[in-house]
Structures are given as structure tokens and as C-alpha cells.
Ligand binder design. Structure first.
Ligand SMILES: [Zn+2]
Length: 293
């Protein structure tokens, strides 16, 4: 007996199940002593058959308990072919296997779904926390902006009040400065007899102003005005004058500065680096108008 023959005619199965004749069994035994493949297969088949037999025995016991009250059942059980029990058992195994496979697949699916849900929940939680943080930040910024605005409003209000105060103080002066007289002086060319300009000041005017045309076309950086009385005493002096667009200097004086009399107003111009040069002489006679009753 050779290996091909054994495979072709399932000799191993027949041997295990005891279907071989004595001589066939002997021939097979002679072969498998030297064939590890056949020994392996023989062992596998044996254990499979034993398992199936064990299942069949269990099945029989279960059937036996169910049918116990009936003696006919017991005799029927004996009539059930062993082969059918084995088939039923095998079917059970297959069904159980399929069921466990399906269950396993379902569990895997559920696990995956659970994992996805957890991930989604975690993402949502993160987004929520992030949006909370963002909201807090924007709230803080808004508060800051509100504070800055409030500060600015306060500052503006303070400034406005200051301005109002300034304006009211200016207005306080202004009431007496309205309609104050302005006198245009005329320069006397050098060497000529001075003809003083008549300045007649109403008693109601606490201030008056001079407009002094500068005819000297030299370019002075700044001008100085000096008022000298008849006796040659300087009664008023100030530098820092600059001509306006009509090339005139202007200055306002308090009426109380001058007593009636004749004066000379002298204008000097500053030449660099530090040299005063006479620009013109503007004599005037100052009188106060008597109040008419
Ligand atoms: Zn063999």
C-alpha cells in the first residue's frame, strides 16, 4: 500500500472508523510506521472522530432527558442514526460559529462607532472650551475698550470745562475790550519837524491800540517798540513784534499807562547777530476826552 492509494481511497478514515478488513488494516499499518504524514493525519482524524462522538453522546443524553417519560421515545432514540446526531451537532457548531462571527463583527462595528462618538464628543468639548475662552477674551477686550472710552469721555469733559472757564474769563475781559479804539500812527521822516498824531481817548475806554505801519523794507527778524515821554523817559518798551500782512505792527495798551502829553513811539528792527537799528519814529499827543454830561 502506497501513499497515493491511501489518499485516493480515504484509507485513514476507513481505518479509524474500523471499516477495513484485517489484511487491509495490516497493510496500512505497515505503511504509516514509516510515514509521518499519515501518522499526523491519522491522529487528526482520530481526535475529530472522538470529538464528534463526544458531541453525539451529549446530544443523545439531552434527547434522552427530554424523551424520558416516554418509553417509546427511548426506543425511538435508539432508532435515530448516530450519523444524524453528528450532523445536527455539526450544524449546531456551524451555526454557533456563524453567530459568533456575526456577533464579533457587530461588536467590532459598535466599538468603532463608540470610538468615533467619543472622538466627536471630545472635539465638541474642545470646541466648546475654546469658544468659552474666546468669549472671555472678547469680553475682556470689550471691557478694556469701554474703560478707555469712559476715560476719554472724562478727559474730554474736563477739557471742555477748562475751555469754558477759559472762554468765560476771556469774555470777562472782552466786555471791556469791545469797541476799544485803534489809532494808526504815522512815521515822521528823519530830519522833519515832528507832527504828532492826535490820540483822543474816550474816558470809557480802558484800553486802546496802535497800528504802526513799517515803511522800512529791510528784512528784520523781529521789531522792538519803545514809548518815550517829553522828558525822554521810557514809559513802555517791548520787543518781539512781527509785522502783519499789511506790514504793520500792532499793540494794545492800558489807558492808565499814559498820562496826557506828547510822546514819541520808536520802532527798532533787529539785525543779526544782535544789532538794533532804528526803523521809524511815530510821535503822538495823548489826550482824554472829557465826559459829556
Ligand atoms: Zn503515507
Amino acid at each position: 500500500m502506497n501513499h497515493e492509494y491511501i489518499n485516493q481511497f480515504n484509507v485513514i478514515d476507513h481505518y479509524v472508523l474500523g471499516h477495513l478488513t484485517a489484511s487491509e488494516a495490516e497493510e496500512f499499518e505497515d505503511h504509516f510506521i514509516d510515514c509521518p504524514t499519515c501518522v499526523d493525519q491519522l491522529n487528526t482524524t482520530r481526535s475529530l472522530v472522538q470529538d464528534l462522538k463526544g458531541l453525539a453522546v451529549q446530544e443523545t443524553l439531552v434527547l434522552g432527558r427530554e424523551k424520558a417519560p416516554s418509553t417509546r421515545g427511548r426506543s425511538l432514540k435508539r432508532l435515530v442514526p448516530n450519523r444524524l446526531s453528528m450532523a445536527v451537532a455539526f450544524g449546531c457548531i456551524v451555526v454557533a460559529g456563524v453567530l459568533s462571527f456575526v456577533a464579533l463583527r457587530r461588536i467590532t462595528q459598535l466599538e468603532a462607532e463608540l470610538r468615533q462618538t467619543r472622538e466627536a464628543a471630545s472635539t465638541v468639548r474642545q470646541e466648546y472650551q475654546l469658544s468659552l475662552a474666546t468669549a472671555a477674551e472678547s469680553e475682556r477686550q470689550q471691557q478694556e475698550a469701554r474703560q478707555q472710552l469712559a476715560q476719554r469721555v472724562d478727559e474730554l469733559e474736563r477739557k471742555l470745562k477748562d475751555d469754558e472757564r477759559d472762554q468765560s474769563s476771556v469774555r470777562g475781559l472782552g466786555t471791556s475790550e469791545v469797541n476799544f479804539p485803534i489809532f494808526a500812527l504815522v512815521s515822521v521822516p528823519r530830519g522833519q519837524v515832528p507832527a504828532p498824531t492826535e490820540i483822543v481817548l474816550p474816558t470809557s475806554s480802558p484800553r486802546f491800540a496802535f497800528s504802526i505801519p513799517v515803511e522800512d523794507t529791510r528784512d528784520f527778524s523781529v521789531y522792538r517798540v519803545t514809548i518815550v515821554d517829553q522828558r525822554g523817559r521810557t514809559v513802555w518798551k517791548l520787543s518781539g513784534f512781527r509785522p502783519d500782512q499789511y506790514h504793520s505792527l500792532s499793540l494794545s495798551l492800558s489807558s492808565s499807562l499814559l498820562v496826557p502829553g506828547t510822546y514819541d513811539l520808536r520802532v527798532d528792527g533787529l539785525m543779526p547777530p544782535n544789532e538794533w537799528s532804528t526803523v521809524g519814529s511815530y510821535p503822538f499827543r495823548f489826550t482824554r476826552l472829557k465826559k459829556v454830561r
